[in-house]
Structure formats: structure tokens, C-alpha cells
Design a protein around this ligand. Structure first.
Ligand code: PLP
Length: 475
């Protein structure tokens, strides 16, 4: 399988060539040259693999369709090492439970940091370690986080050979739980850097370091952001696992509702659907930051300024633009790279939006690809959390609540609607208490973590300071 860029670069690349890269050199995103399709017999075989051999074997089967430069036995070992009941809490890894008539919740958030990003990041950690060892290279991951991504990256890379993580976060601005999760890691290869400033200051420091190409090369600086193809690919697997749990037979269809920010999670659903998974609708749920809902309703993709980006109680969906969206639009435009480039490389930079209604096939295509959308507000979130708690005895987190609210508006008779549960409520306890008057349950392994010793350095928002810190720790 070869990969290409959404902006036209056709240099032939295999999976491991793009594994450690971010954007393609032309600024586009990597996609496979085609989507391998899964026929009825194969789908039945995958169903039986998941039911009889488990999630890790299913992951191996799906990944094998896209990865031809890791020997099968090695890839299988990497999947088995990643998707264990010990790490993810249950033998199903992503168990499905019924919420109410027609609506199911697929649990993606029982990994080490209690958010769905673990599903991909845990695999990425093992893939990075494997590939770096094979090349005899090292990688220093530099990132900025306000919560979920940073902790998922640290828990994936902790103790991995050849990798160090330098993670900046705004000092004192993460929840005590999130701080405890990250700062209690004592692994030698994990460095927490609390920056005097806000999240944007952290991100600016990371950008400044990455723009210094000499420094970047010398210290092998890399990232693990959500545009990484391997992360997206890992997420395709749980769409299959959700489908197999909700159906008995391949003639049945299901729909998914996906709480969305950067369009990474639901883009994996799009890929699964392109492969032939019987998906009726993919419903994109946004919060007040409704860039994507606006697009699916109007054909206009309009990125927001930071002043126009709201801070909400589902903070992991607070985005100004959806960094994975270009992949879907590329498919929507019939894989026309020149047109994709004119929208993402040109129009967005020049005027901050593009309008696909002008593109004659847009409305047909959006429908053909099965997309729908809806949005949710703080008040909706509170009402949904209260309702699922009072009527079903189920406590859901704020992001999942956005999903449930929107799913209820799109459920169709006879088609199971699967809402992806993207985090556990304990991560957003304040809003849960506001909605229900109760503290959410805390998994046993997190009891008392706020009292653990912390390993973190504090730094002013100074590019030179972080460069010296990195240089001083790369020995
Ligand atoms: C990252 C995240 C999302 C958004 O996922 P995208 O792939 O960016 O669309 C939703 N919910 C939670 C809890 C997250 O951490």
C-alpha cells in the first residue's frame, strides 16, 4: 500500500515512511492511494476473528490491509502487546452497552488516561519504539497540551526506548486531576514543563522550536498530533468492533454519532465506511464550536479566530479549525488534489473560508458519504447528563453527552445508533456535579492520585529556555 498527499505530492511512500512524519512536504495530509475493500466473506471472517480471538487480532487484520512494510509476525505482536484487557479494562476492549431504545454507547475510554485518544496513542507508542529501533534512531516529541492529548501521549511513550516526550502545558490551568495524571509520571523519558502563560503561549513555543530547522534536525524533534495517519488507522478498528457487537448479520446496518473536534475520530469512521463496513449514517456532533456542523448544513467551511473560539465544558472539542478535515474533503472532491489545494492551501489562508455549495457535486456527495451533523450547548450537556443519570443510571462525560444529544435527533427506526464514548465523567467532574449534584465514580487506580509526588519543571514562556532544556536532556 502506497500513500499520497491530499495536495498532490505523489512520491511513493509506505506506512513506515509516514509513521514518524507530520504533514506531507507540500503541506497536505497523507492518505492511502486507495481504500482496501472488505467483501461480505471477509466481513464475516473479521466478525469471527473479533468474537473468537479478540480485539488485538481484529486490529492486526485491519492494519495489515494498510501496512506492508512491517513483517506480519511483528505487527501481530505489536497489536497483542497494545490491546490487552489489563490496559483497557475488559476483554472486549471497546464494550458496547445499551443506553436506551435504539441507542448504544461504545466505550473507548477505559485506557490509561480515560479518553479515547488512548486507543490510537497506545499503539503509536509501540509502533514508534519498534520503528526507531529498526532504524537505530531516536525521537524527541515536543508538544503543547491543555489536557487530553498530552497525557495520552505521555502514557503511550513512557518507558519506550528511543523516545523522549517534552510536554508543555499552561501552569495551573489544567484540572487537579489532569495535572496529577501527567505530573505523577516518574519515567526518565517523560518531561513535564509547566509554562507561565496560557495554552497559546505553549503552542507558540513549540512552533518556534519546530521552525528552527537546524535545531529540529539536530535534536530530532517530532510530534504526535492528530493528523498522524497511524492514529487515524488505529481508530478504524473500533468502528468494526462496534458494528460486530451491535449486529448479528452483515445485512444489518448501524449508524455512529461521534463527538468531534479535529475530525480525527469521525474520519476513521469515514475510512471504515469506504472500506465497506455497513454504516448508514455518520453523525458529527459538535459543541458551541460548530465549524463542522455549519459545513455539513451549508457547504461553507469557515475557520474561526481565537477570539471566536469558545471555551466550553467539553473542552477537547474546542477547536477553531478541524485539522483532519482536509482528508474527507479530498475524497468529497473526487480526490482532486489541485482543487483541495486551492481550498485548503489558498482560500483558507486568504479569506478564512471556502464554500463547497459552489462545487456542483457537493450536496449529492455529502449525502452519498452518509454524513449528518448537529450541535450541543452547555445547557444541552447538563440536561443530557442529568437525564441519562436519572433515567438510565448511567453517568456520561460532557463530550459523550454532546454525542447523545445529537444522536437522539438522528436515530432511525431499525438502525442501531452507536454513540462513541470519548471520555469518562471523572475527567470533567465539575460539570457532572453541576448536572447531577453527584461526584462521578473514580476508577480504583486513580484514587488518591492528587497526593502523589509530582515531577514537573516550571518555565517562563521563553523559546531559548525550552531549547536549552531539551538540549540538556538529550544525552
Ligand atoms: C480529542 C477528543 C475529542 C475530539 O476528537 P477529534 O478526533 O478531534 O474529533 C472528543 N472527545 C474527547 C474526550 C477528546 O479527548
Amino acid at each position: 500500500m502506497l500513500y499520497l498527499s491530499t495536495r498532490g505530492d505523489q512520491t511513493p511512500k509506505h506506512f513506515c515512511d509516514i509513521l514518524l512524519e507530520g504533514l506531507a512536504p507540500d503541506g497536505g495530509l497523507y492518505l492511502p492511494a486507495h481504500y482496501p475493500t472488505v467483501d461480505d466473506a471477509t466481513l464475516s471472517r473479521l466478525r469471527s476473528v473479533y468474537q473468537n480471538q479478540g480485539y488485538a487480532e481484529l486490529a492486526f487484520e485491519v492494519l495489515s490491509l494498510y501496512i506492508d512494510d512491517i513483517p506480519a509476525a511483528d505487527l501481530k505482536a505489536l497489536c497483542r502487546k497494545t490491546y490487552t484487557a489489563e490496559v483497557f479494562g475488559t476483554p472486549e476492549i471497546v464494550p458496547l452497552r445499551s443506553l436506551e431504545d435504539g441507542i448504544w454507547l461504545e466505550a473507548l475510554s477505559n485506557g490509561p488516561t480515560l479518553a479515547f485518544k488512548d486507543m490510537a496513542m497506545q499503539l503509536l507508542g509501540n509502533l514508534f519504539e519498534y520503528e526507531l529501533a529498526r532504524r537505530g534512531e531516536e525521537l524527541n516529541i515536543l508538544g503543547a497540551t491543555s489536557g487530553d492529548t498530552g497525557s495520552a501521549a505521555e502514557y503511550a511513550m513512557r518507558g519506550k526506548k528511543g523516545v523522549r516526550v517534552f510536554m508543555t502545558s499552561p501552569a495551573g490551568r489544567m484540572s487537579p486531576f489532569q495535572q496529577a495524571q501527567m505530573f505523577s509520571l516518574m519515567d526518565d523519558n517523560i518531561f513535564n514543563i509547566a509554562v507561565d502563560g496560557v495554552f497559546d503561549d505553549c503552542q507558540d513555543m513549540v512552533k518556534a522550536v519546530s521552525n528552527d530547522l537546524d535545531f529540529k534536525r539536530k535534536y530530532r524533534i517530532g510530534t504526535v498530533n492528530s493528523i498522524n495517519w497511524a492514529r487515524l488507522l488505529a481508530q478504524v478498528v473500533y468502528y468494526f468492533a462496534g458494528y460486530f457487537q451491535a449486529t448479528q448479520d452483515n445485512s444489518e446496518k448501524v449508524s455512529f454519532t461521534v463527538p468531534s473536534g479535529n475530525f480525527g475520530n469521525v474520519c476513521a469512521g469515514h475510512v471504515a465506511r469506504m472500506m465497506g463496513l455497513p454504516v448508514a449514517r455518520l453523525v458529527v456532533a459538535t459543541n458551541e464550536n460548530d465549524v463542522l456542523d455549519e459545513f455539513f448544513k451549508t457547504g461553507v467551511y469557515r475557520v474561526r479566530s481565537s477570539a471566536d473560539t469558545h471555551e466550553t465544558s467539553s473542552p477537547s472539542m474546542d477547536i477553531s479549525k478541524a485539522s483532519n478535515f482536509e482528508r474527507f474533503v479530498f475524497d468529497l472532491l473526487g480526490r482532486d488534489a489541485a482543487l483541495t489545494k486551492s481550498y485548503f492551501g489558498d482560500a483558507l489562508g486568504r479569506v478564512g473560508f471556502f464554500d463547497l455549495e459552489a462545487h456542483p457535486t457537493f450536496s449529492q456527495a455529502a449525502r452519498r458519504y452518509g454524513f449528518d451533523s448537529g450541535k450541543s450547548t452547555h445547557a444541552d450537556r447538563l440536561a443530557t447528563i442529568k437525564d441519562t443519570w436519572e433515567h438510565h443510571g448511567m453517568m456520561i462525560d460532557t463530550h459523550t453527552a454532546d454525542g447523545v444529544k445529537v444522536a437522539r435527533e438522528h436515530v432511525q427506526a431499525g438502525v442501531p445508533m452507536i454513540v462513541l464514548e470519548t471520555a469518562l465523567p471523572i475527567k470533567f467532574a465539575e460539570t457532572i456535579v453541576e448536572a447531577t449534584g453527584r461526584e462521578p465514580d473514580r476508577p480504583a487506580k486513580f484514587i488518591g492520585i492528587e497526593a502523589l509526588p509530582k515531577r514537573v519543571v516550571t518555565m517562563s514562556a521563553d523559546v531559548q529556555a525550552i531549547k536549552s532544556f531539551i538540549a540538556g536532556h538529550c544525552v
